[in-house]
Ligand binder design. Structure first.
Ligand SMILES: NC(=O)c1ccc[n+]([C@@H]2O[C@H](COP(=O)([O-])OP(=O)(O)OC[C@H]3O[C@@H](n4cnc5c(N)ncnc54)[C@H](OP(=O)(O)O)[C@@H]3O)[C@@H](O)[C@H]2O)c1
Length: 239
């Protein structure tokens, strides 16, 4: 059984429990080489992801995903929303965009759809004018000089009360989280199609590990036949 509490530590700093959720094609792609969003799973997986969102305090994506897919990151089921409200929580989890240079459009769905707190995480490289404009719609967390420092960001989210953080992509953000040993669980839905393309995004892009000793090791916790594919639930092994 995967623990549900927020029990992570990043470089000695408190952090939320980090749960990565992705849908990939049977050949391991997140989307097409043009980074166009594709429907990989079906209605059963859609409901599962909505439930997972509702169980989390925050949902995080990278700016690449905001620019490619324009997700709202809101919970869709009225029943799940009602359950959160009955439990004294906001309708939607805190929505977080990792965006070093403050490129999130002020018209992005994540900023304009639904109620609740939004966080834009920027680095010191961000244009102050863009940061000011986004600051009218979101809490701004500045962490890091060039890229956003993920350990610092996660610590700030923990300070805000985020104990369970769901990460919805994309491949570059997820890679950095694995590289920095900040992931606790991963759910991978594997869909029944081949997308192909050496340049199509995969769940952990970036430079990749070279030495086998550096590989992140996982424990397979659960396998479930879902829609026309399979759901794999992994936990991250730490020695
Ligand atoms: N199938 C699925 O489940 C799924 C889910 C989500 C997304 N997707 C797909 O994934 C693709 C987008 O993925 P992506 O890799 O291009 O973008 P991404 O991972 O969403 O965002 C990456 C960007 O985040 C910013 N960033 C800031 N600090 C960072 C850090 N410490 N580490 C990593 N990134 C940092 C960087 O841009 P700056 O330097 O400008 O800050 C970086 O280029 C789209 O095609 C989308 O459709 C698929």
């Amino acid at each position: 059984m995967i623990p549900k509490s927020g029990d992570g530590v990043a470089g000695g700093l408190e952090r939320p429990r980090v749960i990565v959720n992705v849908a990939i094609s049977a050949d391991g792609k997140l989307s097409t080489r043009e980074r166009r969003q594709v429907k990989i799973s079906g209605s059963a997986d859609f409901s599962r992801v909505d439930r997972l969102k509702a169980e989390c305090d925050a949902i995080m994506v990278g700016i690449g995903t905001v620019l490619a897919d324009d997700p709202s990151l809101t919970i869709k089921s009225p029943t799940l929303i009602a359950g959160r409200i009955a439990g004294g929580r906001e309708e939607h989890p805190v929505r977080v965009v990792v965006d070093s240079r403050a490129r999130t459009p002020v018209s992005a769905s994540v900023l304009t759809t639904g109620t609740g707190i939004r966080v834009i995480a920027v680095s010191s490289a961000a244009d102050p004018e863009r940061v000011r404009a986004l600051g009218e719609k979101a809490v701004i967390i500045q962490a890091g000089d060039d890229k956003v420092s993920l350990p610092l960001l996660l610590n700030q989210l923990a300070v805000m009360g985020v104990r369970r953080l769901m990460v919805e992509g994309g491949g570059r953000l997820i890679w950095s989280l694995f590289e920095e040993d900040l992931v606790d669980e991963m759910s991978t839905f594997v869909g029944n199609m081949i997308i192909g393309g050496a340049d199509a995004p995969t769940p952990a892009d970036g430079t990749g590990f070279v030495l086998e000793d550096a590989f992140v090791r996982l424990k397979l916790e659960e396998v479930e036949h879902l829609d026309q594919g399979v759901l794999l639930r992994w936990s991250v092994l730490r020695t």
